[in-house]
Design a protein around this ligand. Structure first.
Ligand code: 6R9
Length: 654
């Protein structure tokens, strides 16, 4: 794992080759610096010029930015449509027959859509949604496998101006219901099932469960895509098959002119308190920001085959499988499968089969491949690769070096990209033709992004000292609000660090430091969010799931370092009097959490104890639990503890 010590020792520097630099959009450090300084001096002109050059607008805007902290409006009164920018405009610029989407299913079936074909199907789905009563402004839930129809549904929503809320297919019926309810979704697009590591995940059954007993009264219709083919129940009033409606739907559907600030989607993400937050992204700013970051960070060329291995249920899938690549007219790859016992080398097969040139994945996957050995990639032809990316969690230098050598053949630059659901797109990252990389560092902010490392008062901390990672000026891809809860938006992101000289500061929740060369090193979450295999989980969410079990009196959840997943969940649990600790109960509680939230939240360990360490005011002291979970000694002040005996007991000494 990346520790403070290990990264401090990291002195290796990988400069872009001159061949790579010469063909790239941003060539060399001087070019980057020039761009960065220009953007910093006059952000409105910088973003305004890019928006004109890179996007199609039905109507120009009056003002680039209207900033009423913490509420931003970008490209005020501009009209555009993201689906138009991702599809229609490419039909006129000779990309009509270019592959837009190459898809491979887990069982090995494949489909390729040209831009013209994708446009057709998106228009059809848009017309079907309209037929089913969806209107501009209505929210649509998308709970789908990694199949083309997931992207088609997103683009169809964007086309008619119905904000989507994609819920990761691995989430439980419970979690799905909560999100649909909060978003007041009118319709849900789903599938009969999805393939996940050789078994069927019955999505439609989960939808039925989520909607049962009028739990989500806003949902009126369910559109079902056939994927796995097993028999499922269809409610004649509520449920419709996509394959029955598709053939008669018109492949023409004009793209609705949307206001630049109309919401494009809501995506739920875990926070430190309460239920997940609905992060709202809007049309113009998000379109521009994902477009330009895809183009410059991945240095897109016309014949690139771009593969981001994320699921469309996460922000990475939204921004770098669907919107960013398609807005650029790139060929994007979508893969339903996951590396599994029956096919551990499937990622490298996909690279070889489709000639992937840019590959974007998470450190947790890289560490898993390291463990599986070099034979798997060595027996595939990976020579098409020219650029590698990493996202989701800090990448430790050892994994970085392995990725560089074994997957990149020593020739591919690596872009370690730091960003969040809230930022919409990549914020701190190398530009591969411009910036020399250091293994484990996300390097520098993207042009136009004013990032800093500060203390709790908002003062920059000295070099090589840890602090809070913040952004001090708005950017087009930024979160606009927490759906239905502006107060929470304020409290979570803008209150923690006080405004400086009238400048509002965006609090990321991450710790970072900057080294003597100005490189950013992300040190991970400073709040109660646990990052399991690149997925954010709030301790509160898991704790709530645990205490909803009749045996549990109280629960505290912490992250524990893990070689592969970055962190895993350890839960400390006290039981109700009628229950006694047992292996069976442990198993039952793990399953209970998986059922309540989804398999990604299943605790790796449950530790029973008679009490939890608390302050006199009754707050659980997680610091102690974290140390205990990691098998470390408890250091520092224990005087705040109400009952010191609790620590001995947790350590098993009493
Ligand atoms: C895009 C995405 C965001 C959190 C973020 C941070 C961690 C993401 C990282 C990284 C170190 C990187 N994170 N990228 N940490 N280096 N390159 O992952 O969004 O799911 O919202 O998670 O992930 O902790 O705050 P999201």
């Amino acid at each position: 794992m990346t520790t403070f010590e290990s990264v401090l020792q990291e002195a290796r520097l990988f400069a872009p080759s001159s061949a790579f630099m010469e063909q790239s959009h941003i060539q060399g450090l001087e070019h980057y610096k020039r761009l960065y300084e220009t953007a910093k001096a006059d952000p409105d002109t910088f973003w305004g010029e890019l928006a004109i050059r890179e996007l199609h607008w039905f109507q120009p805007w009056d003002r680039v930015l209207d900033w009423q902290p913490p509420f931003a409006k970008w490209f005020v009164n501009g009209k555009l449509n993201v689906s138009y920018n991702c599809l229609d405009r490419h039909l006129f610029n000779s990309r009509a027959n270019k592959p837009a989407l190459i898809w491979e299913g887990e069982p090995g079936d494949t489909r390729t859509y040209t831009y013209a074909e994708l446009h057709h199907d998106v228009c059809r789905m848009a017309n079907v949604l309209k037929d089913l009563g969806v209107k501009k402004g209505d929210r649509v839930g998308i709970y789908m496998p990694m199949i083309p129809e997931a992207a088609i549904a997103m683009l169809a929503c964007a086309r008619i101006g119905a904000p989507h809320t994609v819920v990761f297919g691995g989430f439980s019926a419970e979690a799905l219901a909560g999100r649909l309810l909060d978003a007041e979704a009118k319709l849900v697009v789903t599938a009969d099932g999805s393939w996940r590591k050789d078994v069927i995940n019955p999505l439609k059954i989960q939808v039925d469960e989520a909607l049962a007993d009028g739990k989500v009264p806003s949902v009126q219709q369910v559109l079902v895509v056939r994927r796995t083919g097993q028999p499922i129940a269809m409610d004649p009033e509520r449920d419709r098959w996509w394959h029955e409606m598709q053939p008669t739907a018109s492949p023409q559907c004009p793209a609705e002119p949307m206001d630049s600030e109309d919401p494009l989607f809501i995506l739920y993400t875990s926070g430190t308190t309460g239920k997940p937050k609905g992060v709202v992204h809007t049309t113009g700013g998000y379109n521009l920001y994902t477009h330009i970051t895809t183009k410059w960070v991945f240095d897109l060329q016309e014949d690139d085959i771009f593969w981001c291995t994320a699921d469309v249920g996460w922000i990475t899938g939204h921004s770098y499988i669907v919107y960013g690549p398609l807005s650029n007219g790139t060929t994007t790859v979508m893969f339903e499968g996951a590396p599994r016992k029956s096919n551990p080398g499937c990622f490298w097969d996909v690279v070889e089969r489709h000639g992937v040139t840019i590959f974007y994945t998470a450190p947790t996957a890289i560490r898993m491949f390291m463990k599986l050995g070099e034979d798997l990639p060595a027996t595939r032809n990976l020579s098409s690769l020219r650029l590698l990316g990493s996202v989701g969690e800090p990448i430790n230098p050892a994994a970085w070096m392995w990725y560089h050598r074994v997957i990149g053949g020593g020739r591919c630059p690596i872009v370690d990209t730091w960003w969040q659901t809230e930022t919409g797109g990549i914020m701190i990252t190398p530009l591969p033709g411009a910036i020399a990389t250091k293994p484990g560092s996300a390097t520098f902010p993207f042009p136009g992004i004013l990032a800093d490392v500060v203390d709790m008062q908002g003062n920059p901390v000295p070099e090589n000292q840890g602090g809070y990672l913040v952004v001090t000026h708005p950017w087009p891809g930024m979160i606009r609000n927490v759906h239905g809860n502006p107060e929470r938006f304020h409290r979570t992101y803008w209150d923690p660090i006080p405004p400086k000289d009238g400048h509002y500061t965006y609090f990321s929740g991450d710790g970072a430091r900057r080294d003597e060369d100005g490189y950013f090193w992300i040190m991970g979450r400073v709040d109660d969010v646990i990052n399991v295999a690149g997925h954010r989980l709030g301790t509160m969410e898991v704790e709530s799931a645990l205490v909803s079990h009749p045996a549990v009196a109280e629960a505290a959840v912490v992250g524990k370092p893990s070689d592969i997943k970055g962190e895993e969940i350890v839960a400390f649990v006290t039981l109700e009097d009628a229950y006694a600790p047992s292996e069976d109960l442990m198993k039952a509680l793990k399953n209970h959490v998986a059922k309540e939230i989804g398999a990604i939240a299943r605790p790796a360990e449950i530790r029973f104890s008679e009490a939890l360490p608390k302050t006199r005011s009754g707050k659980i002291i997680r610091r102690f639990l974290r140390a205990m979970a990691a098998g470390e000694a408890i250091t520092g002040d224990t005087s705040t503890l109400e009952d010191r005996g609790v620590l001995d007991q947790l350590r098993g000494e009493r």
